[in-house]
Design a protein around this ligand. Structure first.
Ligand code: NDP
Length: 234
């Protein structure tokens, strides 16, 4: 029988690739979405990670449909890029609220069932930018760095209950988020990537699936880069 997997922001982009990868491996997968319809072939629940009531309702729905969440992938994320002097407080707090506090909300809600089951896998989708820093992305980088402290604390707090918490830190991935970059910025980035290309969402998904699998039972509190070498040493 497949495990009960929940992927936040799994209606498109990297989250969708992650969700499809678990589903192909035989797991029961639900994705969260905010509007429209869930992608074909996947179960979906409406959820806004900035709202704890919405998170709670989504988990209750998932639990009824496929049992308590055994694998949580906290993937939902946004950017509000601009330089420091132009960055409003709302630009900063909105990004933190979605990317970091949103991950806290879902991890906290998932941990209930995981503690009861005495097993669980939590994977946070961070970014190479969280450790490298990035001009114009103070808010985003801070949120992604914050996920590391969150995951490592969770790994320490819940490890004795057979719950692992890990971070996957992608570099640049072909997606809606990176499609917004200017050609000039794109070239600058490619020049710094030893593999000389962006990742596909599938290349990220495979690593997420691995760290949530029985091949990674002794991996917790890890930050796993999937960045073509961009962040080496960080
Ligand atoms: P996309 O912009 O393509 O997708 C973002 C996803 O997050 C969407 O499903 C979106 O839902 C969801 N989301 C945003 N805000 C909320 C919210 N408040 N509540 C629930 N869901 C929300 O991004 P990517 O697929 O590129 O990125 C996925 C993750 O990977 C993000 O955390 C991102 O930071 C990270 N990442 C991406 C990289 C890249 O190069 N693309 C590199 C490194 C990390 P909706 O469709 O409703 O907007």
């Amino acid at each position: 029988m497949g495990r009960s997997v929940l992927v936040t922001g799994g209606n498109r982009g990297i989250g969708l690739a992650i969700a499809r990868s678990f589903a192909q491996a035989g797991d029961d997968v639900t994705i969260t979405y905010r509007s429209g319809e869930p992608p074909e072939g996947l179960a979906g629940v409406r959820c806004d990670v900035t709202d704890s009531e919405s998170v709670d309702a989504a988990f209750t729905e998932v639990e009824a449909a496929q049992g308590p969440v055994e694998v949580l992938v906290a993937n939902a994320g946004i950017t509000r890029d601009t330089l420091l002097l132009r960055m409003s407080e709302a630009d900063f707090t909105d990004v933190l609220d979605t990317n970091l506090t949103g991950a806290f909300r879902v991890a906290k809600r998932a941990s209930r069932g995981m503690l009861r089951a005495r097993k669980g896998r939590v994977v946070f989708i961070s970014s190479v930018v969280g450790l490298l820093g990035s001009p114009g992305q103070l808010n985003y980088a801070a949120s992604k760095a914050g996920l590391i402290g969150l995951a490592r604390s969770m790994a320490r707090e819940l490890g004795s209950r057979n719950i692992t918490a890990n971070v996957v830190a992608p570099g640049f991935v072909e997606s809606d988020m990176t499609a917004e970059l200017t050609d000039e910025r794109r070239k600058e980035i490619l020049d710094g990537i030893p593999l000389g290309r962006y990742a596909s969402a599938d290349e990220v998904a495979r690593v997420v699936r691995w760290v949530a699998s029985d091949d990674a039972t002794y991996v917790t509190g890890a930050v796993i880069p999937v960045d073509g070498g961009l962040g080496m040493g960080h």
